[in-house]
Design a protein around this ligand. Structure first.
Ligand code: ATP
Length: 246
């Protein structure tokens, strides 16, 4: 059974068709890239899967069970984690506190500034920070970190809920080439080690072709191709519609 199965998914705004009849699946441990020109429907697709946007037609199954049109929090509870394009850490909290906060939220508790709260889930937070290479910076404030390091902390926060599927919206936006490669290599290692599926949107072609196991290509709301990086590179329709050449 696929980890994620999307069938005939559509989103209309009145007469305007943002996404039309797209179907694909994603396996556990797989990195699947969703690419396409501006306005192709990537964010719309992402937001339908994550529950931020209502589905007009079609179905989303997670491990065989429907999650279509559930509230985002319920979808998150069922094992869909998410990182956002805009950094989502609290700058005035330390690195560890940000991850502890995500752990508290996963366990249905809220953060308090009481002294004891400072130790809650600290060991688990340290273990997650170890995985993303940020253990040594656990007690620094997030506002002091380099951008690439903030993205690592966000990854640790997303992993706090032990997602089966991780949705990453332009994970490397705003990063230098070297940082991009490092973050994606880390993401791939974690996906393989935890058997977590990763669906990501991305504009950097070096990241897409370097790290995706398979690629989905959207153009004007339609899925025009899906396959391995090699398949996609050679697809004449992709070259024409997406890259503007043949
Ligand atoms: N609330 C809305 N009402 C009407 N049209 C919308 C709405 N939101 C998005 N759209 C349209 O749906 C289409 C798909 O938008 P979407 O944001 O999913 O594209 P995208 O592939 O993520 O683009 P980008 O790479 O620029 O982020 C676009 O034409 C957009 O203008």
């Amino acid at each position: 059974m696929s980890l994620l199965e999307v069938t005939h998914l559509s989103r209309h705004y009145g007469d305007f068709i943002a996404v039309e009849n797209i179907s694909f699946s994603l396996q556990a441990g797989e990195l699947l890239a969703l690419i396409g020109p501006n306005g192709a429907g990537k964010s719309t697709t992402f937001n339908m899967i994550g529950g931020q946007l209502a589905v007009t037609r079609g179905q989303v199954l997670l491990e065989g069970k429907p999650i279509t049109n559930l509230a985002p929090r319920r979808i998150w509870k069922k094992g869909v984690g998410r990182t956002f394009q805009i950094a989502a850490t609290f700058g005035s909290f330390t690195v560890a506190q940000n991850v502890q906060n995500a752990l508290l939220s996963h366990h249905g508790r809220s953060y308090s500034f009481w002294q004891t709260a400072d130790r809650l889930y600290r060991d688990q937070a340290d273990a997650l920070l170890e995985q993303v290479g940020m253990r040594g910076q656990a007690d620094r404030h997030c506002s002091e970190l380099a951008y690439g390091d903030v993205k690592r902390v966000e990854l640790a926060m997303a992993l706090a809920s032990e997602p089966r599927l991780l949705l990453m919206d332009e994970p490397t936006a705003g990063m230098a080439p070297q940082e991009r490669q490092e973050l994606m290599a880390l993401t791939r290692d974690i996906a393989r080690a935890r058997n977590t599926g990763v669906l990501f949107t991305e504009h950097s072609m070096d990241v897409v072709f370097g790290f995706a196991d398979r690629i989905l290509v959207l153009a004007r709301g339609q899925l025009i191709a899906q396959g391995t990086p090699q398949d996609i590179r050679q697809d004449p329709q992709v070259q024409q519609v997406y890259f503007g050449t043949r």
